[in-house]
Write a protein that binds this ligand. Structure first.
Ligand code: ADP
Ligand code: MG
Length: 397
């Protein structure tokens, strides 16, 4: 497959060059400590490679939502030491004021973090003067933050038009994985879409019916589709006002030759609590009016595994049940293990993403067995909606 973006391999000799690298350093913190350093670790390969090649590496990133105002609690100075530890080499912090002078003192191979890009109100507006100010600080631009690529900001989009632009290693891996899953996948392709509500994933569902061979719907959103088919879903989470939309999705799938799979057995309870006494498994047509569907049933889960055995590619967003509360995690855990096994065997390319989906895969202990797990949240969902992400589009020149 031909790529339409350039990578670090295409940068030529970068010794002595000032390289602006957009990373996602927006880590969660509590009491001055980074509570999850996943994003810091993800930035290391690109930053280390550029520094090893002798570039002067200036990292651009946002931190929190300061809304164009200076806010000491959202200063990237707080993240500089933690990143230095993860990178294993010194990292300087550079403020916006006097940035050019500070960068002029950097040696080849030095790494620095520029203060929060969002302290400048022009960042989120993609203002030409902000783009120009940042562009003047570098010779080359690398975007390594797929998770921020759904925003057309100065540091995520504008700069790509002002400096020679390249995808960082993280961005490259993400784009390649997503292309394999939905851009140019091997068929048959299955999509599993779960989660709480249809309304949050309407555009995802509409896009997928035209691209995949099997659309497997689970989670709370399956209830809306079941209701559209005339099933009484009792007290279940269900968007009754969207049953018309569900019908449209059924029709679109029919036309596109996409098979929609809904569960035929479910796990129900009268109260939403861990291991409730009212727990039972039943056919979808046997849900009582005082019960709610909290997971898909074991027969449906097994059937779903059988569908995946016939597929070459899977894209997965959204848990199949209320997985935070046992035993309503059963279907999601079982599916995760099946997908992991099929991926390990080499019969399935599996790409998964979404905040709760990643948490569920970690809970199942199989995140590492997937072909690719996207932690990009909003950007991942927009990509699943078939949208062109401005930060990615800009890299294509
Ligand atoms: P992601 O973050 O991976 O995109 P979502 O946020 O769309 O996923 O959905 C995850 C949420 O959906 C979880 O909190 C889960 O408890 C909830 N959920 C899944 N199935 C059901 C259900 N049957 N009833 C109520 N909530 C559900
Ligand atoms: Mg979520």
């Amino acid at each position: 497959m031909a790529r339409n973006f350039r990578t670090l391999d295409d940068m030529g000799d970068i010794a002595g060059k000032r390289v602006l690298v957009r990373e996602d350093l927006n880590v969660p913190m509590a009491d001055g400590r980074v509570t999850d350093d996943t994003r810091l670790r993800a930035a290391v390969p690109t930053v280390a490679e550029l520094a090893d090649k002798g570039a002067k590496v200036l990292i651009l990133a946002h931190f929190g939502r300061p809304k164009g105002q200076r806010n000491p609690e959202m200063s990237l100075a707080l993240v500089t030491r933690p990143f230095e530890q993860v990178l294993g080499r010194p990292v300087r912090f550079i403020d916006h004021e006097g940035a050019a002078e500070a960068i002029a003192t950097m040696q080849d191979g030095d790494v620095a973090i520029l203060e929060n890009t969002r302290f400048d109100a022009g960042e989120e507006k993609n203002a030409p003067e902000t783009v120009a100010r940042l562009a003047a600080l570098g010779d080359l631009y690398v975007n390594d933050a797929f998770s921020a690529a759904h925003r057309a900001h100065a540091s995520t989009e504008g700069l790509a038009h002002q400096l020679p632009a390249f995808a960082g290693r993280q961005m490259e891996a993400e784009l390649d994985a997503l292309d394999k899953a939905l851009g140019n996948p091997e068929h048959p392709v299955a999509a599993v879409v779960g989660g709480a509500k249809v309304s949050t994933k309407l555009d995802v569902l509409k896009h997928l019916v035209g691209r995949v061979d099997h659309l497997i719907i689970g989670g709370g959103m399956a209830n809306t589709f079941l209701a559209a088919r005339g099933v009484n879903v009792g007290k279940s989470l269900c968007e009754h006002d969207l049953t018309g939309t569900a019908d449209e999705i059924f029709d679109a799938a029919d036309k596109a030759g996409c098979t929609i799979h809904l569960p035929y057995d479910v796990v129900v309870a009268k109260e939403f609590a861990p291991n409730p006494p009212s727990l039972r498994i039943c056919n979808v047509h046997e849900v009582a009016s005082d019960e709610m569907i909290l997971d898909i049933g074991p027969a449906a889960t097994e059937a779903l595994g059988d569908v995946l055995k016939t597929c070459r590619t899977l894209v997965w967003n959204g848990p199949l049940g209320a997985f935070e509360t046992p035993p309503f995690d059963a279907a999601t855990m079982a599916l995760a293990r099946t997908v992991a096994a099929l991926t390990r065997e080499g019969s399935l390319v599996s790409v998964a993403g979404g905040g709760d989906t990643v948490a569920a895969l970690n809970q199942a202990g199989v995140a590492g067995d997937m072909t690719f797990v996207s932690t990009a949240g909003g950007a991942f969902l927009e990509w699943m909606e078939g949208k062109e992400l401005p930060g990615v589009k800009a890299l294509a020149g």
